[in-house]
Design a protein around this ligand. Structure first.
Ligand code: SF4
Ligand code: SF4
Ligand code: SF4
Length: 273
């Protein structure tokens, strides 16, 4: 009996040690994964609309590719294998293909199955806009709340903020632009602002002729709430121009895609949500 008790005690003791060791190893692996992931987080990634905080995003995104598949302008790409644990997560290279918001309902966010792209704020903003609209338009013959709903949802996007390089911007240099902004072999497409139902047009097929360059202003899908061409008198008494980014900028990157200078004179800095 005593022999049995001793063995049992020994067994329980060694089991406890084994379980403890397993827990410690598990916690260690988890910790290592976390710090490795944090090291590998590329804060420069411009994530699709609605992305949660980068540190959480990397775990919440299951790399299913649904957002990539649903984007009508193919703006979203998979991060490459060099990005470590961020491999397979979605990002947008706006210089190559901006998110022109022409999907209307911010589809990439709506389709995300894990809420790594979080749809609730967009849904709420849209519903609130309809409520407001209903107060004054419910009895209208042409009742149509969808434009205000869509606009409110777009205003909720905050991927980043555009920033102009005054040293290279053609407008700042007092120069115009004539031609196709990114050359004849550029693959990017965009829809004219508010032309969401129209077919997306390849940028290479669009020809502009501007006395003072203002492509970033006229092509911005958010319009003058996001960017305007500021006109002022310089110290030398001549008229000066400069694109001015306003609070309504959502960081979609259309301005970056259309900017005709060799290196873009406007960039989008990702927001750290
Ligand atoms: S919000 Fe932008 S990135 Fe997302 S599906 Fe629409 S166009 Fe594509
Ligand atoms: S498109 Fe580029 S060069 Fe033209 S005004 Fe805008 S930032 Fe300047
Ligand atoms: S200025 Fe307009 S086009 Fe440029 S990132 Fe902001 S919202 Fe998009």
């Amino acid at each position: 009996m005593e022999h049995f008790d001793l063995s049992r005690r020994k067994f329980l003791k060694s089991s406890a040690v084994a379980v403890g060791a397993l827990v410690a190893v598990g916690a260690g692996v988890g910790y290592l994964q976390k710090i490795t992931a944090e090291k590998r987080i590329n804060q420069k990634f411009l994530r699709p609309p609605g992305s949660i905080d980068e540190k959480d995003f990397i775990y919440a995104c299951i790399k299913c590719g649904l957002c990539i598949q649903i984007c009508p302008v193919h703006a979203i790409k998979f991060a490459g294998i060099k990005e470590g644990l961020a491999y397979g997560t979605p990002y947008i290279d706006v210089r190559e293909q901006a998110c022109d918001l022409s999907c209307d309902s911010i589809q990439c966010v709506e389709t995300c199955p894990t809420a790594a792209l979080y749809f609730v704020p967009f849904k709420n903003a849209g519903e609130k806009a309809i409520e407001q609209y209903d107060k004054t338009h419910k009895v209208d013959e042409n009742y149509n709340p969808f434009p205000v709903q869509i606009r409110a949802m777009k205003e909720n996007v905050k991927m980043g903020v555009a920033k102009v390089n005054e040293h290279t911007c053609l407008a700042a240099l007092g120069k115009g632009f004539r031609g196709t902004p990114r050359g004849d072999d550029f693959k990017g497409i965009n829809r004219t602002p508010d032309g969401s139902s129209a077919k997306a047009t390849p940028l290479k097929d669009k020809v502009y002729n501007r006395k003072i360059c203002n492509l970033c202003v006229t092509e911005c899908p958010m319009g003058e709430t996001a960017i305007v061409l500021d006109k002022h008198t310089g110290a030398d008494g001549t008229e000066k121009f400069l694109p001015k980014v306003l609070d309504g900028c959502v960081g979609c990157g259309v301005c970056v895609m259309v900017c005709p200078t060799r290196e873009p004179s406007i960039i989008v800095e990702p927001v750290k949500s």
